[in-house]
Design a protein around this ligand. Structure first.
Ligand SMILES: NC(=O)c1ccc[n+]([C@@H]2O[C@H](COP(=O)([O-])OP(=O)(O)OC[C@H]3O[C@@H](n4cnc5c(N)ncnc54)[C@H](O)[C@@H]3O)[C@@H](O)[C@H]2O)c1
Ligand SMILES: O=C(O)C[C@H](O)C(=O)O
Length: 349
């Protein structure tokens, strides 16, 4: 049920989407390590009429290159802050891969000073140009970036919690791969909910709920859990100063965008884990399995059963998420105060 939306690796090719109305997807940060392969994979989603690529660096070359891929739909380049709103205009889905990646020795939280302003800028521009878009952030630190964006959307009067996501699909992708390898089965066969957040111990794969059932003992569960929680750092260290996961993130991000599009297209039973505004636990933002629909989140799936050790791990991560949410909201308040922005009425189309 939690298998990457329940559609076996149909990430990208979903023939029924062909029948759906035309769609615009905007990738912000499309020139980056994630942005480029993500845009390529999104290019294979049927039904996209326009793929808008935005970055601070010139996007013309990348857009020309991607426009030669034998798929229908236009690819349009947008460059610089002044072209952000045009890039977003009438977008159905906005996916944000803009911002600094980690270097060895850094925690994701250390990126907030650099990346918080990306969340503010994009949420502000979305409020003006495409307030009904589904807005999905890849940019770290996810645990703070999503609360920051929510606060900005609130100030602009365009906040709809069903439409705002932090993409945690890479945690599910990694869980499927590591557990599949350990059970000697295809990762595609593994279904597992990953809840909490997207940093260290806030990433909580519920191995007790894995389907098919995980056969290993407590030591193996502990080791796998730790590997999933630290997988991002494994890549950061292996890249030794050249950034963090890009290709696996592009794979995960394209899958998530494909699921958002399937939801918009009215497909039933599209399930994904994502970091969203939530009342399932005490912190106001939390990652859990969600059913996606035309307007984003259609249904919060109640938290699955958990083993005693998973319940303990959940209790430990909740205060971290609560603090991260407060910090993210405060970042937005401080930023907007400096720029003297308060309660701007929304300009709805
Ligand atoms: N959610 C996840 O699971 C996950 C996984 C991997 C990486 N990430 C995060 O994704 C982000 C991007 O990583 P990357 O490896 O692609 O970095 P990168 O440096 O290769 O690319 C980032 C791109 O964003 C662009 N950019 C920066 N500010 C911008 C702005 N205001 N508007 C438009 N474009 C802007 C840059 O020009 C660059 O092209 C990082 O914050 C990283 O931590 C998240
Ligand atoms: O680890 C990082 O900084 C990037 C990303 O969050 C990941 O999990 O790979």
């Amino acid at each position: 049920m939690f298998l990457l939306g329940g559609q076996k690796s149909s990430i990208i090719i979903a023939p029924w989407l062909m029948a759906v109305r035309t769609l615009k997807v905007t990738v912000v940060g499309a020139g980056g390590g994630i942005g480029q392969p993500l845009s390529l994979l999104i290019r294979r989603c049927p039904g996209i009429d326009e793929l808008a690529l935005h970055d601070l660096s010139d996007m013309k070359g990348i857009a020309a290159d991607l426009s030669h891929v034998s798929q229908s739909g236009k690819v349009i380049a947008f460059t610089g802050d002044e072209e952000l709103e045009p890039a977003l205009t009438r977008a159905d889905v906005v996916v944000v891969a803009a911002g600094m990646p980690r270097l060895p020795g850094m925690q994701r939280d250390h990126l907030m000073a650099a990346n918080g302003c990306v969340a503010v800028k994009v949420a502000t521009a979305v409020s003006k140009a495409s307030p009904k878009a589904l807005l999905a952030f890849i940019t770290n630190p996810i645990n703070m970036i999503v609360p920051t964006a929510a606060e900005v959307l609130k100030v602009h009067g365009t906040y709809d919690p069903r439409r705002l996501f932090g993409i945690t699909t890479l945690d599910v992708v990694r869980s499927k791969k590591f557990i599949g390898d350990s059970m000697n089965i295809s990762p595609d066969e593994v279904n597992i909910p990953v809840i909490g957040g997207h940093a260290g111990i806030t990433i909580l794969p519920l191995i007790s709920q894995c389907q098919p059932g995980f056969k290993g003992g407590p030591k193996e569960v502990q080791e796998l859990t730790h590997r999933i929680q630290e997988a991002g750092t494994e890549v950061v260290n292996a890249k030794a100063g050249r950034g963090s996961a890009t290709l696996s993130m592009a794979y995960a991000g394209a899958h998530f965008v494909g699921s958002l599009l399937r939801g918009i297209g009215g497909q039933e039973g599209v399930i994904e884990c994502a970091f969203v505004a939530s009342e399932l636990t005490d912190p106001p933002f939390f990652a859990s399995p969600l059913e996606l629909g035309k307007d984003g989140i259609k249904r919060y799936i109640p938290l699955p059963q958990m083993s005693d050790s998973e319940k303990e791990a959940l209790e430990k991560l909740l205060p971290i998420l609560r603090k991260n949410a407060e910090e993210g909201i405060q970042f937005a308040k401080n930023y907007l105060k400096e720029k003297s922005v308060s309660h701007i009425p929304a300009v709805l189309p």
